[in-house]
Ligand binder design. Structure first.
Ligand code: PBG
Length: 350
């Protein structure tokens, strides 16, 4: 009947949505479901667990080093000999994987980024150590040239231009070298075109058909990476910005294209980065593709909460857990975060 159709709210397209629209106060009281903790637990739609966490850590050449990163309170760069102790805490807490990033001495950085493909570099040594000490732990490595580049960019630079295809050749060797060291998940974060396909082919050819690619598919040119660039020492080297390869924060349709391409090229998992200001992108990607979708709770997001908490303006534990849960609500399957140990410890306490 035509008049019946008119009684439905315009947005009521599915049976589920129609039921949301039915009824009104005082018959309906939304607060009933929030009355007590047991009830809130029963009706919770999303849950954070330790299984959702990848712990991001920094490694540095040298011995017995633990160097605090000033713009990331609570985060240290660790020398490889101190890695097993620290990562052991994560393993004991049940964190499934770690992502390792290198600090490289400025004297070792070159325009051809040769340290990136050195099988004895600090990343490869860290991966070997972790692989041996914790065979059941997933190890994720960034594939990008910025920590090793005297130009500070993720790709090779010539006459001020970040070269795409020439960079791919180096990235492929870097990925294979990391796989040889025992890296399980290669995570290209460089945003060069065609890199997922090129890296997949290089890994397959080198006999690493079982290694995964976690593509930083929707990676934005963001000022939220500032503290990370301090941590890996690339802020001093970086000339200009990364806007010719990382995405414009104004765009989200473009993220769908990036992800579609990366999946076609063989990405096993995709990532959105940064996290909190880009939750809409996480939701769109998860809805559109349904592939394992990760989100990077980046250094600036971590620093903001720590800084506000240090002023006494925010309750760190509460805002941090709320932010991590928000990633789950947006549709993320997992979260790369510097707060993984803190979150896992809090969850264990219950
Ligand atoms: C670089 C890389 C960056 C991050 C991860 N890999 C920084 C950048 O693109 O400049 C950022 C992580 C963070 O801010 O926590 N390949």
């Amino acid at each position: 009947m035509p008049w019946e159709a008119d009684t439905k709210p315009l947005w009521a397209e599915t049976a589920r949505e129609r039921s949301h629209g039915a009824g009104a106060f005082p018959t309906v009281r939304m607060r009933r479901n929030r009355r007590a903790p047991w009830l809130r637990r029963l009706v919770a739609e999303n849950r954070l667990s330790v299984d959702d966490l990848i712990w991001s850590i920094f490694v540095v050449d040298g011995e017995n080093l633990r160097e605090p990163v000033p713009s990331m309170p609570g985060v240290d760069r660790l020398s490889v000999d101190r890695l097993a102790d620290e990562v052991g805490r994560a393993v004991d807490l049940g964190v499934p994987a770690v992502a390792v990033f290198p600090y490289v001495d400025p004297a070792v950085k070159t325009p051809d980024c040769r340290e990136a493909v050195n099988p004895g570099n600090v990343i490869c040594r860290a991966v070997r150590t972790l692989h041996e000490a914790f065979p059941g732990l997933g190890v994720v490595c960034d594939v990008a040239l910025d920590p090793f580049n005297s130009d500070g960019h993720d790709g090779l630079v010539k006459d001020g231009i970040v070269l795409n295809d020439e960079t791919l050749e180096v990235l492929c060797i870097q990925a294979v070298v990391q796989a040889e060291a025992g890296c399980d998940v290669l995570a290209p974060s460089d945003m060069m075109d065609g890199r997922v396909g090129a890296i997949r082919a290089a890994l397959d050819e080198a006999g690493f058909k079982d290694r995964l690619i976690l593509s930083y598919a929707a990676k934005y040119a963001s000022a939220f990476y500032g503290p990370f660039r301090d941590a890996i020492g690339s802020s001093v080297a970086l000339k200009g910005d990364k806007k010719t390869y990382q995405m414009d924060p104004a765009n989200s349709d473009e993220a769908l294209r990036e992800v579609a391409l990366d999946i076609a090229e063989g990405a096993d998992m995709v990532m959105v980065k940064p996290g909190l200001p880009y939750l809409d992108v996480v939701r769109r990607l998860k809805d559109a593709f349904g592939v394992p979708t990760f989100v990077y709770n980046v250094s600036g997001e971590y620093a903001m909460l720590k800084a506000a908490a240090a002023q006494g303006w925010l309750d760190y534990d509460k805002v941090m857990m709320e932010a991590l849960l928000a990633f789950k609500r947006a549709g993320a399957d997992g979260i790369l975060t510097y707060a993984a140990i803190e979150a896992a410890t809090l969850m264990k306490k219950g």
